[in-house]
Design a protein around this ligand. Structure first.
Ligand SMILES: Cc1cc2nc3c(=O)[nH]c(=O)nc-3n(C[C@H](O)[C@H](O)[C@H](O)COP(=O)(O)O)c2cc1C
Length: 503
């Protein structure tokens, strides 16, 4: 077996990068501040194109932007709408200065360690006021830089085995620079590439839906071809996902051979540490040809089970939070402390429902199961539960006060115990690897990040808080046993009141 089919690679990577109390206490890894990577990718030989700043920030209600069934009228993709989309996905939303002068520019979507390794590119074909071409978005100065002249949509359509990409107005591509995350998180940082691009995709798909741009996510593509089109150095960075946006037009013509590009970029730092296991995981989950992509998309995931009888039906989610998406995103920030004040059952039900609705994509959603610890929700007894998204119901696994256990599971972080509710994402990893190969491991981390990102949005829309958290992998699975049999822990998001981030 080779390549994507040899799923021993993903299983071994997952097992080797689990956190345990012993691994945390003996890691010995220290942060070398002198070589902390610069948080922006800067193409030094290309002129900047300023994006308009006075734009419509998707003032559609946040929950409607998350509702796949909400009809939004199709809109042309103007430069203003593209600017709004990029800002709400990856823009700088606040600045914090630390004693000693250090400064962090926080962004629209949450990102592990505020390291922001995810970069954004746009293959534009039919964007009003922007010539066709391939562009890189720099959130630091809110500009685009043109990497390729002319319409390259046909080449992206071929690389993604999706003819629609040649007809949609533009394709947004997310990529990641490994070192920007591994500087702190070492090899486990590979998982963060997908969690963090997931939180960005939560914003991107909601904003594009709210702006009438009908987004569709593509997780299957020929990795080497997309990396080459973007001019990425595949030893250090990689394309992660594509999102087609905007109206359909006539198909972009084929352009024949597309040249290599290698524009100069500012170095990230003066020295860099290589994590070969991360590169191996990325390459072993790659697809080699458009035919492989088409075949991979047809994989059938394990069937969804039904909630057991006796599960507790949740009240219907509200459909309108009274807070526009742009306002929600501009006020989003990870909670640094939760009070023990409870959420209402409607708030919990609304968060769970809208976080788990499917986004339009080339693969099915629902690959990840949502478990939770309820610490303080009026009308829901404290305990451990499983959320059944199709039935919108909670199955009780264990009743009782579990704040201490939940804090422990979240790498002994108090946030996991103080939160009103903590979501634990788990997935039948071996069954999904059997269906999707190593790339199935990308899918579960991505879906968990995407639901986590949508949980942030539903929380801030309802004016409570959220934060992503990391966790002790095997202890999470043991904690939810026997309901967690055959599952692996993938990601955690905590929700609760209080303690806004200080900005
Ligand atoms: C996938 C993910 C995992 C995270 N893990 C933790 C964590 O373990 N502990 C923590 O305090 N914050 C965690 N965070 C929050 C980040 O530190 C935060 O998103 C980042 O500092 C940017 O700040 P902001 O979300 O307030 O904009 C996580 C965020 C994400 C998206």
């Amino acid at each position: 077996m080779t390549g994507n089919h040899d799923v021993r690679v993903a299983r071994a990577f997952h097992d080797a990068t689990t956190h345990t109390p012993a691994s945390i206490r003996t890691s010995g890894h220290t942060l070398e501040w002198d070589i902390k990577p610069f948080p922006f990718k800067v193409y030094t030989d290309l002129p900047t194109i300023s994006l308009p700043r006075d734009v419509d920030l998707a003032e559609v209600d946040t929950l409607r932007a998350l509702d796949p069934a909400a009809r939004t009228e199709g809109q042309p993709l103007t430069l203003g709408r593209l600017a709004a989309l990029l800002y709400l996905t990856a823009g700088v939303t606040r600045k914090k200065t630390y004693p000693g002068g250090g400064e962090v520019l926080f962004r629209a979507a949450a990102s592990t360690g505020a390291l922001y390794q995810t970069e954004v590119y746009v293959a534009a074909g039919n964007v009003q006021d922007l010539p066709p071409g391939l562009y890189h978005f720099c959130p630091g100065d809110f500009t685009l830089r043109r990497l390729r002249d002319g319409d390259v949509r046909h080449a992206f359509a071929e690389a993604a085995a999706e003819p629609d990409l040649a007809r949609r107005a533009a394709t947004i591509v997310l990529s990641a620079l490994f070192w920007r995350n591994t500087w702190k998180y070492q090899g486990r940082g590979w998982r963060h590439l997908y969690w963090d691009s997931g939180t960005m995709l939560a914003n991107l798909t909601a904003a594009a839906h709210g702006l009438g741009l009908t987004p569709r996510l593509l997780t299957g593509f020929v990795d080497a071809d997309v990396n080459r089109l973007l001019g990425l150095d595949a030893e250090h960075e990689a394309a992660l996902e594509l999102v087609e946006v905007g109206p359909m037009g006539s198909p972009a013509p084929a352009r024949g051979t597309i040249d290599e590009i290698r524009h100069d970029v500012m170095p990230l730092s003066s020295a860099e540490v290589d994590y070969p296991e991360l590169r191996e995981m990325q390459s072993a989950s790659s697809l080699a040809t458009p035919a492989d992509v088409s075949a991979w998309r047809k994989a059938v995931p394990p069937g969804r089970r039904r909630s057991p009888s006796g599960s507790m039906s949740l009240p219907a989610a509200i459909g309108d939070a009274g807070r526009g998406l742009g306002d929600t995103i501009q006020h989003r920030g990870s909670s640094r402390r939760f009070t023990h004040a409870p959420l209402t059952v409607i708030e919990l039900a609304t968060m769970l429902w809208w976080s788990t609705r499917a986004v339009a994509a080339d693969v099915p959603s629902g690959l990840v199961d949502v478990f939770l610890v309820v610490n303080a929700v009026d009308g829901v007894p404290s305990g451990a539960y499983r959320y059944w998204r199709d039935e919108h119901a909670l199955e009780l696994i264990r009743a009782g006060e579990l704040r201490r256990e939940s804090a422990y599971l979240c790498l002994e972080q108090p946030l996991g115990g103080d939160a009103a509710a903590v979501l634990y994402f788990m997935a039948p990893l071996d069954a999904l690897l059997a269906a999707y190969g190593n790339r199935g491991y990308r899918l579960v981390n991505l879906e968990a990040g995407l639901i986590g990102g949508r949980a942030y949005l539903t929380a801030y829309a309802q004016r409570f808080g959220a934060t992503g958290l990391t966790f002790y992998d095997r202890d999470v699975v043991k904690f939810f046993a026997p309901a967690s049999a055959g599952l692996d822990a993938i990601f955690v998001t905590a929700l609760g009141r209080g303690a806004r981030p200080s900005w």
